[in-house]
Design a protein around this ligand. Structure first.
Ligand SMILES: Cc1cc2nc3c(=O)[nH]c(=O)nc-3n(C[C@H](O)[C@H](O)[C@H](O)COP(=O)(O)OP(=O)(O)OC[C@H]3O[C@@H](n4cnc5c(N)ncnc54)[C@H](O)[C@@H]3O)c2cc1C
Ligand SMILES: NC(=O)c1ccc[n+]([C@@H]2O[C@H](COP(=O)([O-])OP(=O)(O)OC[C@H]3O[C@@H](n4cnc5c(N)ncnc54)[C@H](OP(=O)(O)O)[C@@H]3O)[C@@H](O)[C@H]2O)c1
Ligand SMILES: Cc1cc2nc3c(=O)[nH]c(=O)nc-3n(C[C@H](O)[C@H](O)[C@H](O)COP(=O)(O)O)c2cc1C
Length: 728
C-alpha cells in the first residue's frame, strides 16, 4: 500500500489515460492491452489515438501512458500529426502535473530507431512533465514482445510507486490464468518423455533432417497426441502446394517442452469486445473479383480512387533473381500530386486463403455471404466502420491473414484448442520457455490458415478471430510518372518486385499485393508491354503525399543527386519524367530552338543518378528510358553499379562504391552548388552503406572530423537537403 496523504494533495492516481500513435496497428493493439489491463486493475482508464489529444484535460490528467511507433525515416505515424503540431506550439512548462511513461515501437533496421518515442519523451520533459517509469523501446527486428511484455508487467508496480491507487490496482496477479490453463501449465511438470531420449536441439529442422524423421515415422500427417511423441511434428506439404496459399503444417520441435516444470511470461489474452449482429439486407458480395464493389468500410487517409490497370511491362529477364513489373493505373477524375509521392493499393487477401480460413472456421457458404455489422465497446478502430458487410468481405479486406502471429494470439488459440496436446504446444509457444520454438515458428511466416491446419482442434468463434487479427494494411508504391505528362493527372505508374519466395523447408510463400497485381495483369513475360485486353478489375488506390518533402525542389536550377538501386529508382523515374516535361514546357514558352540548348540547360540544375542492379541484361530497370534521358541531357550523369558481374569498366559492385569513385566531384556539387541528396530503397543495407559513404565524402573532401561530418549530415537531413525514402 502507498502512504497516506492529505486527500487534497492526492493525485487522481486511479485515472490512467493510454494514448497511441500507430501506422500499421501494433501500437494500437498494445495500447489497448494496457488499457484493458488497467481497467481490470481498477483504474478509471481511457484509451485514445494521439490525434484525439484534446479529448483529455491535460492540466488534470496526471497519469499518461504513450505507446508510439515510428514510421518513414524516423517520422511519427499519420494518426499523431495533429498532436505533434500542437506539441510544437506549446510553450513553457505547462505540463508539470503530468506523470507519464513512453513505450516506443521501432525497428533497428532503420537508422532512427524509435525516434517518435525518443522525441516525445524529450518534448514532454521540456514541457515540465515527469516520467514515472523508464522508457521502453521495442524492436520489430527481434520481436516486439521481448520488450513489450516485461515493460507492461513492470508498469503496474511502477505506477503504484508513484501514485495512489485503489488496493485492487496493486493486488491483481499477472498474468492471470483460467483454472483450466493453470491445469495445463501444471500438467507440463514431469509428464514429458525422458529428455535424454530426445534430440537436444530445439531449432527448426532442415529438410534433410526431416527426411530422416519421415522415414522413421509411420504416420507423417498427424500430430502425435501424447507428450512422449512430441519430438517432431512433420510438415505435411499438401498435394496442392503449387496452388496459391496451400495449407502447410508448421514444423516446430517441441521435444524440450517437457524439460520445463512451469511456463512463465504468458501474454494476456485480449478482451472479447466484438459482437457480430445481422446487418441490413443490401450489399454483401460473394461475387467474382472482377465485378466486386469495394467495401465501404475501407478507410483511407486520402480519398479512395477506383483505378484500373492501363498497361503493364515486365522489366526483368526470366532468369533474373527478382521479377519486377512496371504497372500503370488509370482513373477518371484528375488528382493533384507531385513526383516523390506514393500511392496506396488496398489489395484483398488471396481468395483461396480467405475461403480456406472461413472453411476451417466452419463458416458455411450462406453465413459467409450474409450481411453483418460489428458492434461493441472498444473494438479496434479498423473494425468500427463495418456496418454492413459480409464475412467474406471482412476477411478479404479488413484482417491480416499473413503477418507473423503475436504471442497473445497464440495464447488465445490455446484457449480454444480442444486437444490437450495442441493446447500444451500452443501455451508453450506463447510462453517465455518456448521462445526458441516461437522464433522457429515465426521464421516460417505462417498464415492464419497454417495455424488452423497445424492445430486442427482450435475451435474459435469467428468474432474472436476478427478482433484479434491485425488490420490488413495497404501497400505503398512510389509514383514513377509525372502529372505534367499527357493525362498525367489521371494515371500513376509504379515499379515493384513480385514477392514470392520459398522457405528452406520448401514451402511456397507469397505477398498479398504484388502477386495479386501480377495475376490481374496477366503474368506478362519479360520485355513485353501490354496495354490491350487487360482484365478490368477495379483496384482501390489512394494518394500518399510524401510527408518528408521527398519531392523535386521548387528551384529548378538546384542540382540533385539521386541514389536508388533496384526498385528504389522508382521515384526518380517520376523526377526525370517531370523534368523532361518541365523542359518541354520551358522550351515552348521561351521559343528556344535546338541551337540554344545551353540556354535551356541553364534553367535546370544537374541531375545525377546512381542506380544498382545485379546483371545489366537481366535487371537494369528502365534501362532504355535512363539512356534516353541521358542522351537528351536531362540526366546529367548516370552511374550504374552491377553487383553480380565481374570486371565492368568504370563500375563497381554497389552504388556506394560508385559514390566513392565520384567523391571529389560530388563534394563540389554539394559544397559549391548546394545540391540535394535523395536516397530511396532498402533501409537495411543500402541506406546505411550510402550514409557511411556520404560521411566519408565530408571527411575526405570537406575537411570534417568524423563526428562533425555525422552531425553535418544530420543537419542536412533536418534542412531537407538530404532526403530519404526507405523501406526495410
Ligand atoms: C512509402 C513506401 C513506398 C514504397 N514504394 C515501393 C515501390 O515503389 N516499389 C516496391 O517494390 N515496393 C515499394 N514499397 C514496399 C511495398 O509497399 C510492399 O511492401 C511490397 O510491395 C510487398 O508487398 P506485398 O503485399 O506483395 O508483400 P507482403 O504481403 O507485404 O509480404 C512481404 C513480406 O514477405 C516477407 N518476405 C518477403 N521475401 C521474403 C523472403 N525471401 N524470405 C522470408 N520472408 C520474406 C517479409 O516479411 C516481407 O515483409 C514501398 C513502401 C513504402 C512504405
Ligand atoms: N519509397 C520507398 O520507400 C520505396 C520505393 C521503391 C522501393 N522501395 C523498397 O526498396 C527496396 C529495393 O529493393 P529491390 O529489391 O528492388 O532491390 P534489390 O533488387 O534487392 O537490389 C538492387 C541492387 O542493390 C544491391 N544491394 C544489396 N545490398 C546492398 C547494399 N548493402 N548496399 C547497396 N546495394 C546493395 C543488390 O546487390 P546483391 O543482391 O547482388 O548484393 C542489387 O544489385 C525494396 O525493399 C522496396 O520495397 C521503397
Ligand atoms: C515504412 C516503414 C518505416 C519505418 N520506419 C521506422 C523508423 O524510421 N524507425 C524505427 O525505429 N522503426 C521504423 N519502422 C518500424 C515500425 O516502427 C515498427 O514496425 C512498429 O512495430 C510499427 O508499429 P505500428 O504498427 O503501431 O505502426 C518502420 C516501419 C515501416 C513499415
Amino acid at each position: 500500500m502507498v502512504p497516506n496523504k492529505d486527500e487534497d494533495s492526492i493525485p487522481h492516481a486511479d485515472h490512467l489515460t493510454v494514448f497511441f500513435a500507430s501506422q500499421t496497428g501494433n501500437a494500437e493493439s498494445i495500447s489497448r492491452n494496457i488499457y484493458e489491463q488497467a481497467q481490470e486493475r481498477g483504474f478509471k482508464a481511457a484509451h485514445y489515438v494521439l490525434n484525439d489529444f484534446a479529448k483529455v484535460d491535460w492540466d488534470k490528467e496526471e497519469c499518461l501512458v504513450f505507446v508510439v511507433s515510428t514510421t518513414g525515416d524516423g517520422d511519427p505515424p499519420d494518426n499523431s500529426t495533429k498532436f505533434w503540431r500542437h506539441l510544437r506550439k506549446l510553450k513553457g512548462v505547462g505540463l508539470t502535473k503530468a506523470k507519464y511513461a513512453v513505450l516506443g515501437l521501432g525497428d533497428t533496421n532503420y537508422d532512427n530507431f524509435c525516434q517518435t518515442a525518443k522525441r516525445l519523451d524529450t518534448r514532454l520533459q521540456e514541457l515540465g512533465a515527469t516520467p514515472f517509469y523508464a522508457r521502453g523501446l521495442a524492436d520489430d527486428a527481434t520481436g516486439l514482445e521481448e520488450t513489450v511484455d516485461p515493460w507492461i508487467k513492470n508498469l503496474w508496480p511502477a505506477l503504484a510507486h508513484q501514485v495512489i491507487c485503489t488496493p485492487a490496482v496493486h493486488d491483481l496477479p499477472q498474468p492471470h490464468l483460467t483454472p483450466e490453463e493453470e491445469k495445463i501449465v501444471k500438467s507440463l511438470i514431469g509428464k514429458g518423455t525422458d529428455p535424454g531420449q530426445l534430440p537436444p536441439s530445439t531449432s527448426l529442422k532442415t529438410s534433410s533432417e526431416l527426411e530422416l524423421n519421415l522415414n522413421e515415422k509411420a504416420d507423417i500427417n498427424t500430430l502425435s497426441s501424447g507428450m512422449s511423441t512430441l519430438s517432431v511434428s512433420v510438415p505435411a506439404k499438401e498435394k496442392d502446394s503449387m496452388a496459391p496459399f496451400a495449407k502447410y503444417r508448421i514444423v516446430v520441435d517441441f521435444s524440450s517442452m517437457s524439460n520445463h516444470s512451469s511456463l512463465t511470461g504468458l501474454p494476456r489474452v485480449p478482451n472479447a469486445n466484438l459482437k457480430i449482429t445481422e446487418g441490413d439486407s443490401t450489399t454483401a458480395s460473394g461475387s467474382k473479383a472482377t465485378s466486386r464493389p469495394i467495401p465501404s468500410f475501407i478507410q483511407t487517409p486520402t480519398p479512395l480512387i477506383n483505378a484500373k490497370i492501363n498497361s503493364v511491362q515486365c522489366l526483368t529477364a526470366t532468369d533474373a533473381l527478382k521479377r519486377t513489373l512496371s504497372v500503370e493505373f488509370g482513373f477518371e477524375d484528375d488528382v493533384d500530386y507531385s513526383p516523390g509521392d506514393a500511392f496506396g493499393i488496398w489489395a484483398p487477401n488471396n481468395e483461396s486463403l480467405v475461403r480456406g480460413v472461413l472453411e476451417a472456421l466452419a463458416v458455411d457458404e450462406h453465413d459467409q455471404n450474409k450481411n453483418i455489422k460489428f458492434e461493441g465497446e472498444g473494438i479496434p478502430s479498423h473494425l468500427q466502420p463495418v456496418k454492413s458487410a459480409s464475412l467474406l468481405e471482412v476477411f478479404r479486406y479488413s484482417v491480416d491473414l499473413t503477418s507473423v502471429p503475436k504471442k497473445a494470439n497464440i495464447r488465445l488459440y490455446a484457449d480454444h484448442a480442444t486437444d490437450m496436446t495442441e493446447k500444451q504446444q500452443l501455451m508453450f509457444l506463447a510462453s517465455k520457455q518456448g521462445s526458441d520454438q516461437f522464433n522457429a515458428f515465426r521464421a516460417q511466416t505462417p498464415t492464419f490458415l497454417d495455424i488452423l491446419h497445424t492445430f486442427p482442434s482450435i475451435k474459435i468463434p469467428v468474432a474472436r478471430v476478427i478482433e484479434t487479427l491485425p488490420p490488413l494494411q495497404p501497400r505503398y508504391y512510389s509514383i514513377t510518372s509525372s502529372p505534367l505528362a499527357k493525362n498525367g493527372h489521371r494515371r500513376w505508374s509504379c515499379a515493384f518486385n513480385v514477392v514470392t519466395y520459398i522457405l528452406p523447408e520448401g514451402v511456397n510463400r507469397r505477398g498479398v499485393c504484388t502477386p495479386w497485381l501480377d495475376e490481374l495483369a496477366g503474368l506478362v513475360p519479360f520485355g513485353k508491354a501490354i496495354s490491350e485486353g487487360l482484365e478490368k478489375t477495379v483496384i482501390p488506390i489512394f494518394l500518399k503525399p510524401n510527408e518528408t518533402k521527398f519531392n523535386l525542389p521548387t528551384d529548378t536550377t538546384r542540382p540533385i543527386i539521386m541514389i536508388g538501386p533496384g526498385t528504389g529508382v522508382a521515384p526518380f523515374m517520376g523526377f526525370l519524367e517531370h523534368r523532361s516535361e518541365q523542359r518541354k514546357i520551358k522550351k515552348r514558352l521561351m521559343n528556344i530552338g535546338p541551337r540554344s540548348q545551353q540556354q535551356l540547360d541553364d534553367l535546370f540544375g544537374e541531375m545525377w543518378l546512381f542506380f544498382g542492379c545485379r546483371h545489366r541484361e537481366k535487371d537494369w530497370l528502365f534501362k532504355e528510358q535512363m539512356e534516353t534521358y541521358k542522351e537528351e541531357g536531362i540526366l546529367t550523369e548516370l552511374h550504374v553499379a552491377v553487383s553480380r558481374e565481374e570486371n565492368i569498366p568504370n563500375s563497381g559492385k554497389y552504388v556506394q562504391d560508385l559514390i566513392k569513385k565520384e567523391s571529389k566531384r560530388l563534394w563540389d556539387l554539394l559544397d559549391k552548388k548546394g545540391a540535394l541528396i535523395y536516397v530511396c530503397g532498402d533501409a537495411k543495407g543500402m541506406a546505411k552503406g550510402v550514409h557511411d559513404e556520404l560521411i566519408d565524402i565530408l571527411v575526405t573532401n570537406g575537411g570534417f572530423e568524423k563526428t562533425a561530418a555525422m552531425l553535418e549530415l544530420n543537419k542536412w537531413a533536418q534542412e531537407k537537403r538530404y532526403l530519404r525514402d526507405l523501406w526495410a
